[in-house]
Design a protein around this ligand. Sequence first.
Ligand SMILES: *[C@@H]1O[C@H](CO)[C@@H](O)[C@H](O)[C@H]1NC(C)=O
Ligand SMILES: *[C@@H]1O[C@H](CO)[C@@H](O)[C@H](O)[C@H]1NC(C)=O
Ligand SMILES: *[C@@H]1O[C@H](CO)[C@@H](O)[C@H](O)[C@H]1NC(C)=O
Ligand SMILES: *[C@@H]1O[C@H](CO)[C@@H](O)[C@H](O)[C@H]1NC(C)=O
Length: 427
Amino acid sequence: MDIFILILYISHLTFSAAATSNNIALPGCSSKCGNLTVAFPFGIVSDSRSCSLNPYFDITCNTSFNPPKAFLRSNLFSTSGIGKFNPLEVVSISDEHVRIKNIVASKCYNQTGGLIQDHKSGLVVAESYFMLSQLNNLITVGCDEFTLMSEVSSSKKTQGQVEDTSRSDSRRIERNNEFNPHAHYNTITQGIGCCKMNLPTNLRTYLASVNTLNNHRDVWAFDKCGYTFVGEQSAFLFQGASDLKDPNFVSRTVETVPVVLDWVIGSRSCNDYKSSSDYHCHENSVCVDIKNGNGGYRCSCKKGYEGNPYVSPGCHDIDECSDPKTNPCDGACTNLPGSYKCSCPRGYKQDRRNTSIYYCQKNSVCLDLGGENGGLRCSCKNGYEGNPYLSPGCHGSVCRGSVTCSGERDSFRESGDRGSGGLMSKV
Ligand SMILES: *[C@@H]1O[C@H](CO)[C@@H](O)[C@H](O)[C@H]1NC(C)=O
Ligand SMILES: *[C@@H]1O[C@H](CO)[C@@H](O)[C@H](O)[C@H]1NC(C)=O
Ligand SMILES: *[C@@H]1O[C@H](CO)[C@@H](O)[C@H](O)[C@H]1NC(C)=O
Ligand SMILES: *[C@@H]1O[C@H](CO)[C@@H](O)[C@H](O)[C@H]1NC(C)=O
């Protein structure tokens, strides 16, 4: 016999936008560079047609790498030192963010304090629709460090002209930890040996270098290098001494801790664009003003819709009922534009009370009577007794009135009889 509880199955309604949408990229454009999905307004540069909204959203897919690598356009770049420019390699693109490979600044010393390696780190995304996200932190690792970070001055944003402006307008933003030369390095933990701090808002360029207080002379035995980088805060967990000793710290960090960029369209508000040809939110989507930085907007599918709002004809309805396992109804599910409707099986009506208590109470089972009119009956589970229709339900008979049953409590499990779906009662 079917147990009614089965149709109370509730699951989180998660819908992958990519799952059913077929308008990720413009017609005739590829949406894949290796594993990377490139959704319009981004577009993979192709000889035959323009695939992005504008050149800032161009993605170059270099297939001479295996797997292929994707890069942002060439006037957005990182630098590992004055005059050394690298294209930004894209790790992922989402509705709000572009994640790119990291650039780690490092300095390493020999036993007597001589500098034997020096890399700076910097990023220039000015004059574009990108900005360093607040999901990033400035992170410094090492036992003898402080970091200098500066914005690249606005007159020198173009490639080939980046200069370190730290002389005049840099802020010395972090001095690392209290160094104790006598501390055993096993005790180095987060906060000692590593520090993270929030970035200033609206940052589009930076140049960072890691500097030393005492050339690592006192810590050289366990810490030969200092590192600093901007990266996604949640992707980096300092592992203490093992990070300080890891010769692959830089390459590991480059691979695992991306830099997050926010992207927007334009620099004005939705209202400014709405009646112009620069408005790109299609059917069933809403325009969202971006308040920080230079402003601008993004498009977002309306509730109940999915797809790519930037590609005509826009977002399409989600069929909430399509999968019987995840559909949100206890009874019959009817899909509607942007929503859905639940209706009760024959013999039941919608319960007006806003209650999540199911008809059959705790420790009882629901028996489906079947037949012409349906109907149900509740019955205490084996080994339980009481009134299955009244809260708190059935109780374990062996335990009633006894003080020797402390171990029994655990068997009083919730039996799946609560859930937001249980809003039915017998007619
Ligand atoms: C691409 O995706 C597949 C499947 O998720 C994964 O096994 C593979 O490692 C990925 N390749 C790269 C380069 O990320
Ligand atoms: C792809 O990468 C290779 C190796 O770095 C480089 O020589 C080549 O110019 C790149 N091709 C394009 C189209 O950028
Ligand atoms: C450390 O580096 C400095 C500067 O490069 C050099 O003069 C010195 O000889 C080096 N010391 C050792 C022990 O290698
Ligand atoms: C119904 O109950 C839910 C969960 O307890 C609550 O969040 C919601 O506000 C309630 N709605 C009404 C109309 O009382």
